[in-house]
Every structure is written in C-alpha cells, then in structure tokens.
Design a protein around this ligand. Sequence first.
Ligand code: MN
Length: 220
Amino acid sequence: MQESTSNHQGRTIAIGDIHGCAKELQTLLELIKPATEDTIIFLGDYIDRGPDSKTVIETVIALRRCCNVVTLVGNHEVMLLDAIEQPLMLSLWLQFGGQQTLDSYGGDLSAIPDRHLEFIDNCLLFHETNDHLFVHANYLPTIPLDQQDPQILLWTHLTELQPKPHVSGKRVFVGHTPQKNGRILDYGHLICLDTFCFGNGILTAMDIHSNDIWQTDGQI
Ligand SMILES: [Mn+2]
C-alpha cells in the first residue's frame, strides 16, 4: 500500500506494542475513532506478557472492517510460529510471555484458531511509504529495509543500537524498545512508540502526518 504525499486520503496512524493488553487497545481505538479512509499501521508484538492476546488479535482482525490496516510482525509473533514448528522452542517462548498467550486461548498451542495463525503468518516484516518506514525493532542506516538482517529488524533494542537517519531520508517508526516513562522516544528521524503497555497500561498511537498522539492513561 502506497500513500500519496500530496493527497492524503484519511489519516495514517501508527500503534506501538500491545502485548496482550486488549482493554487498552479497545480504549485507544475509541479515542482514535477510525474512519473508512484511515490507515492504521501496527508495529508488531500483539501477543505475550499481557492478559488477553486472543482478544487483541480478534480486535485487530475486526478492525479491517472499519479502515485500512497494515500489520507488521514482532519478535513475539515469530517466537509463537517457531514454537509451533520446533517443539524445542516452546519452552523458550513460554518464558518470554507465551504462557499468558496460551492461557488467553484457554489451552495449548492447538487451541489457537487457524485464522489467528494465518493473521500472524501474513504480518509484514516492514512497511514503506513515500516518506516513512515502519519496522518492529531497528535498522541499519545504510541498507534498504528489504536487504536487512531480520534479526536486527525484529530483535535489536535501541539501547544496543541507536541508528543514524536511514539512507532513504524517510522517517522511521519502531516499537520493541519499551519506554518505561510512558512517553514516545523522538529522535526526529526515528520515533519509538512502545510505551511499555503491559507494564504501565500506556498504549500509544501517533498520526504520522500531524504528529497528533493518543494514549490510554493506564487507569482504564
Ligand atoms: Mn518486540
């Protein structure tokens, strides 16, 4: 999906890591009030750690009826898929918050419906528009996103690698590195929208053109 820089049809809004916080996601969507022409871009990590990953995925799937939806993959979705394909990876995933995900489905891996697995399978490694790049975790500044190591795109925290502006000149939106003070991290060329929802209840969305920000306050 390509946006036009000269003629925006609706808003383009990015949402940070949800991690099973279904109530916060629903509150945030009530604040945003998505319209048919709007595009919402999720930066990945829908599942794990928080209490209701099943409802989060259900909510994102249902949102497709209301507006355009772009869904990126996070490292936690990759861990779930790995756990299904490689039994040895299951215990690792369970330690990284996967247990809460299984609990939300009320059972084991086989209790996850196929359409939820298809949703995860179809999530994108990155998304690119005329002016912006979207990826879960990080990037190397000198390489086009489609040539980068998925390990960096999905796993490397900004505390390990704080990249300079991307060679494309595009502003980059990421999640993955939790901002425990609940505020977005804004380097100008790079914005992190992971405001640590599973820890503090604050989930963040940002209109990438107006820079308007919506947040749940953690009290709801
Ligand atoms: Mn992550």
